[in-house]
Write a new protein. Structure first.
Lengths: 287, 255
């Protein structure tokens, strides 16, 4: 039984086999959890296969959908093409630059609006007016604003992640206990010292939360933007597949988006946990 | 310990004279301090007692330069206070340590702020940690320490930069009796070696009598009474008739 489970393709646990994971793997409890995670994915794929292979129809119709096996085979074929990897690289590059820009500017805007009344009065209203606009609704703006599509897509990705990061940072900065700042000020620390040694590290847990949300929204928007106005990229390819009636291809695209999203948010989570090790740990917390 | 003693003696500084004249602080129409006069002599240990909400912490924060007076003046060595300064270190009741910094990095912070080169920080930090009994805990995070140990780190951090005054806001208030007694003894030991001025706020009259050269009783936004504490300062002095009479007087002043 265990041997079979061990063979199970476990993309869940495979997200980041770090030193911690290997140490954890020695404990039976960790194995049980990994097994469960793999089973969750396998059960989903199995159910899908059953419904589509049997062409089940009861109000929702599974007869037009490709089966899990067909998708798996299409996935295998696509992995062998250069185009697949080219699309992957394009999407990753867009998300990388857009998200990075959002992280840097979002943290800066969050800190500025939380710490300075001037910045809050000057930036606050503009940010609040733009914030409710869905990033994907900015596509026309992006098309008019930027000379080429590429920059437009990065802009959409940036806009998507910017607001969660800014808002989380602002709240986190306001929640930093004043005591820490007072301690540093009575040591002779000035404005910048307080910022670097108290505000930024103290707000880090909240910033990490914003980044986690931001990377997720970024994926949604980069894919949507690629579908609307892209050339190349996973989103573009997925939509292309649909227009040429290559349904397994559509699902390969969706699976790719899912996996990439999972991997990148996992990376953000891991990084976040690394830099906030000082937080009090709750025994038995689901980590 | 001997090297620590030597350094501590070498870095002993002259204490700061802290003066408040007609100090008023608080919200308009609701003053916490109202016309408070106080003069803390260089190198003196002044303990401040008073009922909760009488403005003990407010006074301390004003002396630290964190709160600006609404009226009156605050002087350090005769010069008006202009905001916080490394000369006046503040020790908090609890949670004053930065939780993401290790013990060592917390203690070296005042030196880092003063741009002491990295190589020159290690020795004083190690010496002070040894003096407060925490050598071997350098790389721990504050959350891995007990409450008493955290207060020891705060004390080391306050003193490592050789401030001329140390302002302590009920630093042992959250500790159990045993830890509290140990910390009081530690403070007295350290005190022998540093000549800095200490203003120590507490709600514990016995602690005030044990540690203070003088005890100020706060009430009505002013210093209601100021008592000299008879010396020598020893645990046995708690049963000394003169100290007991003073204790009665201070307690009477509080009620």
């Amino acid at each position: 039984m265990t041997a079979a489970l061990r063979q199970a393709p476990a993309p869940a646990g495979a997200a980041g086999p770090g030193r911690r994971d290997r140490a954890a793997a020695r404990r039976p409890a960790a194995w049980r959890r990994r097994t469960l995670r793999a089973l969750s994915l396998l059960a989903f794929a199995g159910l899908w296969q059953l419904l589509t292979a049997a062409k089940v129809q009861f109000w929702v119709r599974f007869d037009h959908l490709p089966t899990a096996v067909q998708v798996w085979q299409a996935f295998g074929r696509q992995l062998a093409t250069d185009q697949y990897w080219q699309d992957l690289a394009d999407s990753l590059r867009r998300i990388g630059s857009g998200f990075l820009l959002a992280a840097v500017l979002g943290v800066a805007a969050g800190v500025a609006t939380a710490r300075s009344r001037w910045a809050s009065d000057l930036l606050g209203p503009v940010l609040e007016v733009i914030r409710p606009v869905p990033a994907i609704a900015l596509v026309p703006v992006a098309i008019m604003l930027f000379p080429d599509n590429e920059q437009g897509i990065v802009f959409i990705t940036f806009a998507a992640a910017f607001f969660p990061v800014t808002v989380s940072t602002r709240h986190a900065v306001r929640a930093v206990p004043p005591l820490w700042e007072e301690a540093v000020r009575t040591m002779g620390g000035g404005r910048w010292r307080v910022l670097w040694s108290v505000v930024l590290p103290g707000a880090l847990p909240g910033v990490v939360g914003g980044l986690s949300v931001g990377i997720g929204v970024s994926w949604i928007c980069v894919i949507s933007a690629e579908m609307v106005s892209g050339q190349f990229g996973v989103g573009y390819r997925t939509w292309q597949s649909y227009t040429v009636l290559d349904y397994p291809g559509v699902f390969v695209g969706m699976a790719t988006i899912g996996l990439l999203g999972w991997l990148t948010s996992g990376a953000v989570e891991l990084l976040g946990r690394r830099v906030t090790r000082w937080l009090p740990t709750r025994p038995g917390s689901a980590r | 310990m001997s090297t620590a003693t030597a350094t501590a003696a070498a870095t002993a500084t002259t204490g700061l004279r802290l003066t408040a004249r007609g100090l008023a602080l608080g919200h308009a129409g609701h003053p916490v301090l109202d016309g408070l006069d106080l003069d803390v002599a260089p190198g003196e240990v002044l303990t401040v007692v008073g009922a909760s909400g009488c403005g003990k912490s407010t006074l301390l924060r004003a002396l630290a330069g964190l709160l600006a007076p609404t009226a009156g003046e605050l002087l350090a060595d005769g010069e008006p206070l202009a905001g916080p300064h490394a000369d006046r270190a503040l020790v908090f009741q609890e949670d004053g340590l930065l939780p993401w910094r290790s013990v060592r990095r917390n203690v070296e912070l005042p030196l880092a702020i003063r741009r002491v080169p990295r190589a020159e920080r290690a020795r004083p930090v190690a010496e002070w940690l040894a003096l407060v009994g925490l050598d071997g805990h350098q790389d721990r995070l504050p959350r891995q320490l007990s409450g008493g140990q955290r207060q020891r780190v705060q004390l080391a951090r306050a003193l490592v930069g050789s401030p001329r005054a140390v302002l302590m806001d009920e630093p042992f208030g959250a500790l159990d009796a045993q830890n509290r007694a140990a910390m009081q003894q530690l403070l007295l030991t350290v005190r022998e070696r540093l000549r800095c001025t200490v203003v120590f706020v507490t709600h514990d009259v016995d602690e005030a009598l044990l540690l203070g050269d003088r005890v100020a009783v706060l009430g009505g936004g002013k210093v209601a009474a100021l008592h000299d504490v008879p010396r020598p300062r020893e645990a046995a002095a708690r049963t000394d008739p003169a100290v007991l009479r003073l204790r009665e007087a201070v307690l009477a002043g509080l009620s």
